[in-house]
Design a protein around this ligand. Structure first.
Ligand code: TXA
Ligand code: MG
Length: 324
């Protein structure tokens, strides 16, 4: 079983394991990550084994600072502007891979681009600095399942497969980073997330564009974040036997008879709702209800990321999960 160690005393131990090619679950401001030395093929291969993640789905390479990020990714002036405004923070930039970058090709799935972010979590940045190399880290959950926002959730997902979980408490943002590809003078939105789209558009002075034909983010297939229970979105009425994921002050009809209720934010605050999303889904899933009914959530600000995750959680599960 994995050992759970508080982040203020975990740095040396976590760095030593990573330097030796092992995996460590690490808190970031978005969700917990399953980290490995991004320059070691053996270490990165362990991520795919432990998560049962398909190898064609590339990983984010996390940097401790801009100098490290620039050692493996090419920044245009537009990319630099985004980085300076939003890093450290929940934004991932997909950029051209730099010539001679030390990133192992398993991280990029052989693409000529690399996903980069500098996390806001001080522990994560200190750890990257201590190891002295970028860390590849997908969300610390089994492939296709709900992302982990507490050390206990990581333990439930991966506790029997890794040695160390660093406990930084509940993650403050609660949904994964926003992923954009900076392509010439265009910014392509690959995944809505913890940095709201409108904040990016305001800073860049332009609209983000949707991905064109083909799958731009190999991991962005429909079914993901799948709870055991079925999901029903935008409900006005709770059916018998269902659990309710609520939002805001007003309840759907039949809420009194729900098998269980979790309110993402009684006051209707989308930031608070993002923080509570994955843990609430996990809790409602444990109730054993026939389905999880979800009240409507506004599509602006962090609502875009919340609705994206809910739609993936509700997507048909008949195909094998290809995401993580
Ligand atoms: O907040 C986050 O982003 C968390 C924390 C741990 O940093 N990480 C995370 O990683 O969500 P993951 O592996 O669950 O999602 C990364 C996504 C995948 O959908 C993958 O396909 C996409 O990034 N991706 C990675 N490299 C890419 C590339 N070169 N081009 C396009 N998409 C890429
Ligand atoms: Mg994930």
């Amino acid at each position: 079983m994995a050992e759970i160690v508080a982040q203020d005393v975990a740095l040396a131990k976590a760095a030593a394991l990573l330097a030796a090619g092992d995996l460590v679950a690490v808190p970031t401001e978005t969700v917990y990550g399953l980290a490995a030395d991004a320059t070691s093929g053996e270490a990165v291969a362990r991520i795919f084994e432990v998560k049962r993640r398909p190898r064609f789905n590339p990983l984010i390479a996390h940097a401790g600072d801009l100098a490290m990020a620039r050692s493996y990714a090419v920044f245009t002036p537009l990319a630099r502007k985004l980085a300076e405004a939003f890093w450290p923070g929940p934004l991932t930039l997909v950029l051209p891979l730099a010539d001679g970058a030390a990133i192992h090709p398993l991280v990029t799935a052989g693409l000529d681009t690399v996903a980069v972010r500098i996390p806001r979590s001080e522990f994560a940045r200190a750890l990257i600095g201590e190891v002295g190399r970028p860390l590849a880290a997908p969300s610390a959950n089994r492939s296709g399942r709900i992302s982990a926002t507490t050390a206990e959730d990581v333990e439930a997902e991966l506790g029997d497969r890794i040695k160390l979980i660093v406990d930084g408490g509940p993650t403050p943002v609660g949904v994964e980073s926003t992923i954009v590809k900076v392509d010439g003078d265009q910014i392509i939105l690959l995944r809505p997330g913890g940095t709201p789209t409108d904040a990016l558009e305001e800073l860049a002075g332009m609209k983000l564009v949707a991905p064109g034909g083909g799958i731009e983010a190999p991991g962005m297939m429909a079914s993901h974040y799948a709870p055991e229970a079925a999901m029903r979105l935008d409900v006005a009425e709770v059916r018998p036997g269902e659990a309710l994921l609520a939002f805001g002050p007003n309840r759907a009809a039949g809420a009194d008879h729900a098998a269980a209720v979790r309110n993402l934010s009684p006051s209707g605050d989308l930031r608070e709702a993002a923080t509570a999303l994955f843990s609430s889904l996990r809790e409602l899933d444990r109730v054993g209800a026939s389905a999880i009914a979800v009240e409507p959530i506004p599509e602006h600000g962090l609502g875009e990321a919340i609705n994206d995750r809910l739609r993936r959680a509700a997507a048909p599960r008949d195909s094998a999960p290809v995401n993580d």
